[in-house]
Design a protein around this ligand. Sequence first.
Ligand SMILES: CC(C)(COP(=O)(O)OP(=O)(O)OC[C@H]1O[C@@H](n2cnc3c(N)ncnc32)[C@H](O)[C@@H]1OP(=O)(O)O)[C@@H](O)C(=O)NCCC(=O)NCCS
Length: 136
Amino acid sequence: MTLSDEYLASHPTYVAQIANDVVGFYSLIVEPPTHRSIDGTDCSPPATVTLELDMFFVDTPFAGGGIGKKLFLHMKDTALGYDARGVLIISNPAAEAFYLAMGAERTGMEPPHGKITWPRPRLWLPLSRTSHGDAV
Ligand SMILES: CC(C)(COP(=O)(O)OP(=O)(O)OC[C@H]1O[C@@H](n2cnc3c(N)ncnc32)[C@H](O)[C@@H]1OP(=O)(O)O)[C@@H](O)C(=O)NCCC(=O)NCCS
C-alpha cells in the first residue's frame, strides 16, 4: 500500500517497524473545532477537535503478535495530544473484537456508502487522563 504525499501531509501517520521493515501503521483524520454560532460570533465554550481513526493495519504475517496493541496504545497517546474527547472508529467488521479488546465501545452501525456496500460497526474510544496526567 502506498500513501500519497498529500495524504501524509494532512493525516498524522505512524508506522511500526521491525529492523527496517514496516509491519504496521495507522493514520488519523483530524477535524479542527467547528465553532457553533447563532449570531456570527465565536461560540462559547469552544468545541474540541474531532479525531477519527482512518487506517489501521498490521501486516498479515505479524498479526496476533502484539503489534496491533502497541500501535493502538501509541495511537491513544497521539490522540491525547489533541484537545479531543475521544476517537471515532468505523471498524472493519472483522476487526471489531480487537478494538473492543482495546477499550473502544460500540455506539452503532455505519450504513453502507460509496464503495463500501456493507454496514460497519461504529465505535468510540473515550479519552481521559487521570489526575496524575496518565492516559487511561
Ligand atoms: C485488527 C488488527 C489491527 C489487530 O492487530 P494484531 O497485531 O493482530 O493484534 P494484537 O496481536 O496486538 O492483539 C491485541 C489484543 O487484541 C486481541 N485481538 C486481536 N485481534 C482480534 C480479533 N480479531 N478478535 C478478538 N480479539 C482480537 C488479541 O487477542 C489481543 O488480546 P490480549 O491483549 O488480551 O492478548 C490486525 O489483525 C489487522 O491489521 N487486521 C487487518 C486489517 C484491519 O482489519 N484493520 C482494521 C481496519 S478498521
